[in-house]
Design a protein around this ligand. Sequence first.
Ligand code: ADP
Ligand code: GLC
Length: 478
Amino acid sequence: MTRQTLEVLAVASEIFPLVKTGGLADVVGALPAALGRQGVAVTTLVPGYPPVLAALDRSGAALVLPDLFGGPATVLSGAVAGLDLLVLSASHLYERPGNPYLGPDGRDWPDNAIRFAALAAVGASIGRGAIRSYRPAILHAHDWQAGLTAAYLAYGGPRPPASVMTVHNLAFQGQFPASLLPRLGLPDDAFRFDGIEHHGMIGYLKAGLQLSSHVTTVSPTYADEIRTVEGGMGLDGLLRYRSDAVSGILNGIDTRVWNPASDPLIAAPYKASSLNGKPANKAALQERLGLSVMPDAPLFGVISRLSWQKGLDLLPAALPRLIAGGAQMVLLGAGEPELETAFTTLADAHPGTVACTIGYDETLAHQIQAGSDFLIVPSRFEPCGLTQLCALRYGTIPVVSKVGGLADTVADGRTGIVFDAVNEAGLAAALDRAIALHHTPRAFKALVRCGMAQDVSWDAPAKAYANLYRALAGRAQH
Ligand code: ADP
Ligand code: GLC
């Protein structure tokens, strides 16, 4: 049976491999290929940041907008790295160096409200047919930066196409002063409790949660957590109200990019059926980072944004135990300055045993996954988490807290070590278990093999998204 191709326009503020600050980019970059195999054609609308424009194999302007929030803009269509893109080129909004959200002072750009309103407004107008011969059945908005898409659809006329809002992280909500309303091009009437208003302000994510046809988040457990007072970050009431339209679809990882059998970034390839290459990766990592090259020392890796969410402030207190247990630790991360300093200081105090790299380094991330015995992810909350999925694939045992997607993807004692209490004692006990496990090679290998056998690909999640899209498209037609 041949299925009809379904057209989906994704709207997102980052996309791997062009612009990435976190897992959002990985998801937006990997999902289209997996959906393609499900008969869903995804085109992604992204802002024309300098690296995106530089990479674009331009096939011309699909849309010309003489005045988009104070300046001219064009929508360019093209393909990069197998991704079908619509790029919103607007020099007054996006052609700035560095991080997509932050200025050189490390603070949010003062006009972020306008920059991302523009993205959403253009997404919605394309959804309504602004580009001739392109009429997506579904608009899929990711995170607060795309949150207003559903608002522009809802207030832009009758019979809008169906929309999906995916929450990658409820902690980032895009709240802006109500005084902005006249500039957004939305009717005054949109500023109401069942519209874009949120605690007296304009809530971009809130608007998306309220006005989209369906809301997804990136794991079933996080979908439950965000409907509780403890995990709902002020939006649990709305999410409970919309419960029938809320679901969790677990993330996957790109198993071509993350494949220890063919990864060009690691020292030696290996696979579950022949793990002989793994020790060479450990030795190469120890050498690269100036650790003592000790094959038998349990090696713990961390690859993370350094923020409260990730619980890494709990790690320094546990480190003396790790060191006493003969272990080593490597950390790659960037974020809160206090945490950066804390880990740099620890590395200085324990040369040969602790290594800390501050910054963003895709290659080193692969090498840590390949070379470590364990990966520590002690998050306070975690919508899904991708590093533990990479760890499973690389035969590196995840040590994770029992929250969100970590709870959904790591099975305690079978594929990893999962701990309940996200505090120093809870983490310390989990690390003790890890060291004990390392001393029992048979049990250790059993977990490694079981983890490597887990399906962490996008296949099952893509099927779930495709089913959702088809259900929504079908409903919109009736
Ligand atoms: P989040 O999106 O909350 O930061 P995820 O686990 O979903 O967490 O995704 C993080 C992604 O970013 C993963 O692909 C991870 O490998 C990568 N990553 C995080 N920090 C770094 C870093 N310092 N260098 C390289 N990659 C990193
Ligand atoms: C967010 C979340 C993370 C998730 C990622 C991709 O950044 O913090 O848990 O994996 O988005 O969905």
